[in-house]
Write a protein of this length. Structure first.
Length: 597
């Protein structure tokens, strides 16, 4: 402190002096003698409040917590923000398992850096379907003035911009973005950057950024090179050159060595919170399988489509387009007459007029005309009327979605659609309607990606995907942090159809509903090295000589899944592969789950 006269200097020792500033004293004494003028009391209170708001009582405190009264972050989220701020200097991979709140952690970090004056200009790159969700969460939960990029001028005019990667890397946006200097860059779904040869990787590498957060639940699956690429993008040189990294830490692309040292290096740049242990409680996941018997007319259509598909199966081998059409047809007939109708009509139009297939196709179309009811829709209505709270119905097909929306509307149940073809604004509008007004949302597969539906606790799988990961993605939209109710999952399946076999595979053979997320994707990826699960299932069904033969083949498929699961668990336990190393990086959080048949 400064002094205006020598008598205000007090020596502590020969080298250190403390100076007291008393320049204010004479002015105060004069005002006391004159009884003023005094400043406005309200202005004084505001000035005092402003000074106190900037007061840092402890270096370890997060200042942002007092600025977000509408949000109460969980302990692991606060710890993550502190670690990024104090230990990682603003460059980190947030690798929490699905549903633990990586977006909240990122919001805390942005808010803290903004308050401290360390960050002004921020770029957030996310999948297109999540742009508005990010903007809404940053605005509403953190009071951060983020905007969704819509016009070219917005890159420069606004300080905090949320955009899709595809938009940002495309001209004329690319040059504008690369010419900016960002205080902070955030990339959601950052595992899509794992290949350094892709345009996404090269684009992010070129961006000028001081701080950087990469968000992904799966930073690496089967190749340590992917992990090296991500960390090099974040902190070049952290793991040395690629040759040095391979020599120090890699036995083969999936098997690390010097695990303790690698974990130590990862902990400097990565935070991974897990569901496995800890004090955080998740609500229960309650699964109910609902078998249905088709009406005679629906069964006749199903049998007719099956005969048509099997009859065309041998001829379609080797023709990828024809095979895909047959798979689609077989899956659609399990969903609704409306879904299969569209495909049959298109197939009829494409078939030559003199082809013997045309009468067969038209016969199936006529069968559809005879069906006056929808067994699945009626059961769905019955379920919805018996449930408390909101429900989301998932279907794979747009035609089934349209049918359900009309079916529910005719019965005075307010339902809104959600599908991939909608633009950002309409998706956001549908979400708001579902949250505040509608009782039901009918979603196609786009509803299984990215959106958060913690305010809903009932899921009806109107038709089941043949890929178990897509089922898990659907459930993950509802069963996640912030969900306060037990989540009820209803799987509709028609007896005597391939759908019954699919449900048997998912529920009994794979035990999909009991697997921890993170394990299922690894098992599936290893299974699909040679062929996709969906292709395998279709081939089994098409070539099966009877239902018993189909069941035997499914049993063998289930055994192969169990073998892969045992193999993965053995690697984790005995050889500390990639997953174990990642899991050793962070703390673990214990869910509560329940599965009922």
């Amino acid at each position: 402190m400064n002094s205006t006269s020598p008598e205000h200097v007090r020596p502590l020792n020969d080298h250190l002096h403390i100076h007291f500033d008393r320049s204010w004293y004479d002015e105060l004494e004069a005002r006391v003698q004159r009884n003023g003028p005094w400043d406005d009391w309200t202005m004084y209170q505001l000035a005092l409040e402003a000074e106190e708001s900037g007061l840092i009582r402890s270096f370890d405190d997060l200042l942002c917590l007092s600025h977000i009264p509408q949000l109460k972050p969980l302990p692991h989220q606060i710890d993550t923000a502190k670690k990024v701020l104090y230990d990682m200097r603003g460059r980190a991979i947030l690798a929490d398992e699905v549903g633990l709140g990586k977006t909240i952690e990122a919001g805390l970090i942005i808010k803290e850096y903004l308050i401290r004056g360390l960050v002004r200009k921020v770029l957030i790159l996310v999948p297109a379907s999540l742009v508005l969700q990010w903007v809404r969460e940053l605005n509403q939960k953190f009071g951060i003035p983020a905007v969704a990029q819509k016009k070219e001028y917005m890159w420069a005019q606004y300080d905090i911009v949320v955009a899709s990667m595809d938009t940002a890397k495309r001209e004329p946006h690319r040059d504008i973005v690369l010419n900016q200097e960002y205080d902070m860059l955030i990339v959601d779904e950052a595992h899509k950057l794992k290949n350094k040869k892709t345009t996404n990787y090269k684009f992010v590498l070129e961006l000028r950024k001081k701080y950087c957060l990469l968000l992904t639940a799966t930073p690496v699956q089967n190749d340590l090179g992917e992990l090296y690429n991500l960390i090099t993008l974040l902190k070049p040189g952290q793991l040395g050159g690629q040759g040095q990294f391979a020599a120090n830490f890699v036995v083969d692309k999936r098997m690390p060595k010097n695990e303790d040292k690698l974990q130590q290096e990862l902990s400097k740049v990565m935070i991974r919170n897990r569901r496995g242990d800890g004090n955080l409680q998740f609500t229960k996941r309650i699964v109910r399988n609902v078998p249905l018997t088709l009406s005679p007319e629906e069964q006749a259509l199903y049998d007719g489509v099956c005969d048509f598909v099997r009859g065309r199966y041998e001829d379609a081998k080797g023709d990828i387009g024809s095979m895909l059409s047959l798979v689609t047809l077989q899956r659609e007939v399990c969903s609704s007459r409306d879904a299969v109708f569209v495909t049959l009509v298109n197939l009829f139009k494409k078939t030559a007029e003199d082809s013997p297939l045309r009468p067969k196709i038209w016969e199936l179309v006529e069968l559809i005309r005879s069906i006056k009811a929808n067994t699945k829709a009626e059961k769905t209505l019955e379920l919805i009327e018996s449930l408390d709270g909101k429900a989301i119905i998932f279907t794979e097909y747009r035609a089934s979605q349209e049918y359900l929306l009309n079916f529910l509307k005719e019965r005075n149940i307010t339902a809104v659609p959600y599908r991939g073809g909608m633009n950002r604004g309409k998706k956001d509008w549908m979400m708001d309607l579902f949250r505040n007004r509608a009782r039901v949302m009918v979603a196609t597969e786009a509803g299984g990606e990215g959106i958060n539906l913690q305010f809903c606790n009932n899921i009806v799988n109107f038709d089941l995907p043949w890929n178990p990961m897509r089922v898990e993605q659907r459930i993950g939209r509802v069963h996640r942090l912030g969900q306060t109710e037990n989540v009820h999952i209803f799987n509709l399946s028609t007896v005597g159809t391939i759908e019954e076999h699919i449900l048997s595979l998912l529920h009994e053979k794979i035990n999909m509903f009991e697997l921890v997320i993170g394990g299922l994707d690894t098992i599936l990826e290893r299974f699909e090295k040679k062929t996709s699960l969906e292709s395998s299932l279709f081939k089994m069904w098409a070539e099966a000589k009877s239902d018993d033969d189909m069941r035997r083949q499914l049993d063998r498929l289930g055994e192969s899944f169990r073998d892969i699961r045992d193999e993965v668990e053995h690697e984790r336990a005995e050889r500390a592969p990639i997953g174990a190393i990642l899991n050793a990086v962070g703390q673990t959080i214990q869910p509560e789950a329940e599965v009922r048949p």
